[in-house]
Write a protein that binds this ligand. Sequence first.
Ligand code: ZN
Length: 392
Amino acid sequence: MRPRAGSKALIREINEALVLDVVRAHRPVARAKIVAETGLSPATVTGITARLLGAGLLAETDAVRSTGGRPARLLDLGTDAVLAAGVRVSDTDAYVVLVNLRGDVVASHQEPLTSTRPQDVGTTVARAVALASASRESATLIGVGVAVSGVVDQQGGVVRHSGSMGWENVPLQQQLTALMGTPVVLDSYVNALASGLLLFDDRLTGRNLMIFSVGASLGASVVVRGRIHRGFSGTAGGFAHSRVGLETGRPCHCGAEDCLETRASYWGIQREYERRGTKPGSLVGRDDDVVASAADSLGTAVANAAKMFGPERIVVAFTPEMNVPALTSRTEQVFRRQYAHGTTPPPALEIAVTGPSSHAAGAAYTVLAQMFTADSTSAADVTSAPGTVTAG
Ligand SMILES: [Zn+2]
């Protein structure tokens, strides 16, 4: 946790986060609405909004005339003063986006990787962020979110396992913080996606959800009452390496055999083609029993996970390379068949397609989220580290 300057500073930080969160949820908003929603006194709200306006975190709209009253200016989130960066690291490149407080992507940059050695990746990420930020020199970068495929211990800042990067226990957060001099938050691809959904879709606030990502690797995010459940050492949502059967001869990159990853990830499907002596490659136009078997495994695993956790909504996000109807439609059909039990209605299932920019933006939203919440215990803290805006 962050060192606290004292109880007065702490209360001010919490109150600022409360005010920002009301503006985020109701923007543009009148000061009176902030008073009503936060329970703070009008004088306190006036003081806080003045500080936040001064720091560029808030902006005033043009005056609007409310019925019968004098013209009032509403408050909205600022767009220029404060930005967060999000980086999606893959084995080929670092894809960076910059987002403003409203969540709009204002810049992006893709930087190829020379190798997957953590030191080289760190240097490339730092360069990519610097290049993306070059045109925005007047803005303050409040932090950098970094999404890596695999098992990520967000609290410890360590990538526990990443098959695509060939990493075990890489302390990437510490390394990147030292390189960039900016607070860094690590997360998995799928938790980064979940963070974005939770921050910008108010229908999901406080809900129980499961988000699955299906791409080069598989992932799952378990959201309990609006918060990502991380489990011991970041291992919650260990969907990729749940065992499907006892079949040997399907080695997984985690060291085990016959994980779901070996059947339903892009990586696993390619290995299965090789195993059968079929040429691996793009799934476009394929509708064979390898793809069908991937959908069967995936639909069944999603249904079993849903029965275990009881989410009211499920999102299955396919990367573009996996977005073929033979896979997506069949996964949905298998899910419905496998979930069916008694008269219990199934959770709402949404099939989505997400690319590198969704993971990168999600990583940036993990940083932004900490501006809007007084309780930051689910993530490394960024709001009081060097380079951040602290109003006042
Ligand atoms: Zn495995």
